[in-house]
Design a protein around this ligand. Structure first.
Ligand code: FAD
Ligand code: SIN
Length: 524
């Protein structure tokens, strides 16, 4: 076991982790660990854009209202104020660092997505917004001598000593590494991979949430999973996202019979909230006996489509679909988790020395349903804030290096287990979650999920040294937590829909909490 000491440990190299690391580097040495190549993250695949008030026709108060409305009563107002008020400064800073957003002439170009009452979404290279943000942040981090990046290193668990986080364990391709740090920022992104249909990349296995849970941190609002209405539906192709911005620019949804249907479900039709559109699609699929509906862009100018959505156009073409002339088969897929590690507006978790930012965190900013394109902004604003707060802890002391390393090596040696069928269990788990804890839930479906998950409970007591098995354990942990939280919430609110409790109940204003162990502490 290798032992490394640093000032700050950041886990994850998406928008939140990179922004936190850049802030921390002014105060000490930073190590960023990331489990794949540095760019592999949800950030890299973000298409539609980043919502921010930078247009003359917009106001932060309106962005605030739209966010609160989308969150269906459960947003933390303080967190939303921070997001919308600090967002413009963070984006302007990115532009000075070299981010190139699309422009009309010399002015920034804004698009619109569901539930926004203004055109406020900046985009880059048409539909490659996340890639542009990741490019700028990675090159800034690369140029920073205080930041050391360790790719292909999977964080396994946190080092917890006297209820305080003092770094983390990671496994690299060669060995285990114990990284001692004064403060640790979790920025591991979401958990979409626990569902068999998801827009998320393979790295999104809920690791940070499971790691924090095992360390005694509080998780919040884990039942709220957002399903994106339009992922490509071709059995042989990946579940590639077809951005909501396409509907923002006029694309229409049609059922198997070629009929437009959204007006029957919501006055905002194609731009209704995502949960409404996803359920409408499920209902149309059931009524017409099919497993998909269509996105229709054929009435839009083909030159405009190719220029505005170049990445989507070329990806669909690889699968023999020309989106300028063909109907595009789509169906919903798990996309984003509103819940996560509970933090305050400075990224502080309930474990001292542990901070969280981005999709892994729950600041309460998204409430029960996220407003489209608010998460890149959240990663920037709260990554910056978590970095700033984590830097304040620089005075904490380390245990002696050897004693920490020895303890950890002992733990690893005595608890490394092996089993053979992790890939099959992973596939089965994802299917169970999609079928029973997906867009429409009920007590019966959630009980069924718990029964299936329980068959694999033995995995939770095991320790592993391979990335795939570590991920499986984390996926199972998060699957249990989501299912149990969904069972407890006996009402339909935001993205959580229970067919046996279709209306909003008395819990509308109550956040749900999931905690393990007895190491709970008040926020640092
Ligand atoms: P990520 O960007 O996912 O980064 C997580 C990082 O943690 C990765 O580097 C990963 O490798 C690493 N990691 C994970 N586990 C471990 C571990 N155990 N050890 C070490 N490293 C680990 N939002 C918008 O606002 N606008 C959009 O247009 C938009 N489009 C989207 C399109 C797609 C296809 C998807 C999937 C999401 C989209 N979202 C969009 C959501 C948004 O992209 C994400 O919520 C956001 O990028 C999350 O950023 P993050 O930094 O929290 O996590
Ligand atoms: C999209 O482009 O549709 C995704 C936007 C988001 O998830 O915020």
């Amino acid at each position: 076991m290798q032992n490394i000491t640093t000032d700050f440990l950041v886990i994850g190299s998406g928008i939140a982790g990179l922004r936190a690391a850049i802030e921390l580097s002014a105060h000490g040495r930073v190590i960023i660990v990331t489990k794949d190549i540095p760019t592999e993250s949800s950030t890299e695949y973000a298409q539609g854009g980043v919502a921010v008030v930078l247009s003359d026709e917009d106001e932060v108060g309106i962005h605030f209202e739209d966010t609160i409305k989308a969150g269906d009563g459960l947003c933390r107002e303080k967190a939303v104020h921070v997001l919308v008020e600090e967002g413009p400064q963070r984006i302007s800073e990115l532009i000075t660092w070299g981010a190139e957003f699309d422009r009309e002439g010399t002015k920034l170009a804004f698009t619109i997505e569901a539930a926004h009452s203004r055109r406020r979404i900046l985009h880059a290279h048409g539909d490659s917004t996340g890639r542009e943000l990741e490019r700028v942040l990675i090159s800034k981090a690369r140029a920073d001598k205080n930041i050391r990046r360790l790719p292909f290193c999977t964080a396994v668990d946190l080092i917890i000593e006297r209820n305080r986080c003092k770094g983390g364990y990671v496994i690299s391709a060669e060995n285990g590494v114990c990284i001692e740090a004064v403060s640790t920022v979790l920025a591991t992104g979401g958990a979409g991979q626990i569902f068999s249909r998801t827009t998320n990349p393979a790295v999104a296995t809920g690791d940070g949430m499971a790691i924090a849970y095992r360390a005694g941190a509080v998780l919040e609002d884990m039942e709220f999973v957002q399903f994106h209405p339009t992922a490509l539906f071709i059995p042989s192709a990946p579940q590639f996202l077809l951005s909501e911005a396409m509907r923002g620019e006029g694309a229409l949804l049609k059922n198997k019979e070629g009929e437009m249907f959204m007006k029957r479900y919501h006055p905002d039709a194609e731009l209704a909230p995502r949960d409404v559109v996803s359920r409408a699609i499920i209902s149309e699929m059931a009524a017409t006996g099919t497993d998909h509906v269509y996105l229709d862009l054929r009435h839009l100018d083909s030159g405009f489509i190719k220029g505005r959505f170049p990445r989507i156009y070329s990806t669909c073409l690889e699968h023999s679909i020309d989106i300028t002339v063909d109907l595009v088969p789509v169906s919903p897929a798990a996309h984003y988790i509103m819940g996560g590690v509970k933090t305050d507006t400075n990224g502080c978790t309930s474990v001292r020395g542990l901070y969280a930012a981005g999709e892994v965190a729950c600041t309460g900013v998204h409430g029960a349903n996220r407003l489209a394109s608010n998460s890149l902004l959240e990663g920037l604003v709260y990554g910056y804030r978590a970095g700033k707060a984590a830097a304040q802890r620089k005075t904490a002391s380390f245990r002696t290096r050897n004693s920490m390393a020895e303890d950890n090596a002992l733990v690893r040696e005595s608890r490394t287990d092996v089993f053979t069928d992790s890939n099959e269990i992973r596939a089965e788990l994802r299917k169970v979650m999609w079928q029973n804890v997906g867009i429409i839930r009920s007590k019966a479906s959630l009980d069924k999920a718990l029964e299936c998950l329980s068959a694999w409970k033995f995995i939770l007591g095991m320790d592993f040294t391979s990335r795939g098995e570590i991920e499986l354990k984390n996926m199972l942990t998060i699957a249990f937590i989501i299912t149990e939280a969904a069972l407890r919430r006996k009402e339909s609110i935001g993205a959580h829909y229970r067919s046996d409790y279709p209306s909003t109940g008395r819990g509308r204003l109550q956040h749900s909490i999931s905690v393990a162990g007895d190491r709970l502490l008040p926020p640092a």
